[in-house]
Ligand binder design. Sequence first.
Ligand code: IPE
Ligand code: IPE
Ligand code: MG
Ligand code: MG
Length: 392
Amino acid sequence: MATPLGERSGRKKSSESQNQSAAQQVESAVAPYREQISEALRRQLPQHRPSLDSADARTSALLDVFYGQMEYHFGWRDASLAPAIADPGKLLRPALVLLSAQLFARLQGEDRGAEETARAMPAAIAIEMVHNFSLIHDDIEDGDEVRRHRATLWRVWGQAQAINTGDGLFTLARTAVLDLVDRGVTPETVLRLAALLDRTCLRLCEGQHLDMSFEGKRDVTPEMYLAMIERKTAALMECATEMGARIGGADEDQAHLMGEFGRALGIGFQLRDDLLGIWATDELLGKHAAGDLRRKKMSLPVIYAMREATRADRQTLDDLYAQDGALDDEHVERALGILDRVQARQHVRGILVARCRAAREALARARASAPGARSAHGGLAAMVDFVEADVL
Ligand code: IPE
Ligand code: IPE
Ligand code: MG
Ligand code: MG
């Protein structure tokens, strides 16, 4: 199981081994749930194929492609829709739901843990489906051709089909939450959680809107940027931890603190993704390196450099970002040089580390009054370590 945070502090480690150990910790936190989450996701799709029963053979075959596209996105089928085993993603968000539920489970022990996992599973897969619907649409919005080392859904089937399949997945997520009633969650709580998920999706779309609106703008401030990632990424993580906590039996204060934990973690997570989007290699990313610079994204390192760089460097960056089309290799190199000169990477990491500290504080306060499942707490703390580890 994950090593408690305190045991690691005070020891100096190279950033590579720190990164490996954080990745291993998060893997051990997610691993116990991985199979169950995948199975529950798989079960959710065929359940909703009533239209296939009544359709003629050719119509059925076409509708099968609709669900097949979802399965392709999850890595269960290849582009010809033959069964496959590919990267389904890290499954961090559903693990956050399950761990947050475990944290508040009244009784401890293995059986109780399994029961709590089963109870919270519909919420876990709802969150993962929302995440994946947003990725399918996000890849269209960003024009990204590769995700998780494979062609994006729109790249294989076209944008129109990908929009529709994303919408289908979004709808499946909403229906999954209602299944909580069958797991003994009270109808009042389920209604509340369903409303929370819908509000979260709206915030996510607000965030995506802001993100797209920032492209081509040169007057985006760090505050505007943080308001954007708070919506596009942190809102769903906040929803995951709050939902889990409520299903586990948390009181209002605890649920609120767990939401704070998820939100801080989510902001840190997006900052990490933005650092990766500029400085990580293709291999590490599963998509093209420096993609965010090539595409002239207004992520925080760039916003910071536009404010802090020398007048000459600011002008160069401004000119590069004002060009039509994507940046070529030489331009990416020049932009990277400017970011390096203002230490944009270190600045963004500073904010990331502060959000991780806030996440740990919220978790500690929530846990102080929770019955205290040690392993769930260790798993949630491992998520923070993972976000904070210096991967570059
Ligand atoms: C990617 O999220 C999108 C962001 C919010 C940065 P993840 O990195 O969790 O994606 P998967 O599911 O593991 O591929
Ligand atoms: C991901 O935003 C957030 C959502 C999908 C809502 P990004 O566009 O920054 O994430 P990646 O880098 O494509 O995964
Ligand atoms: Mg994207
Ligand atoms: Mg995007």
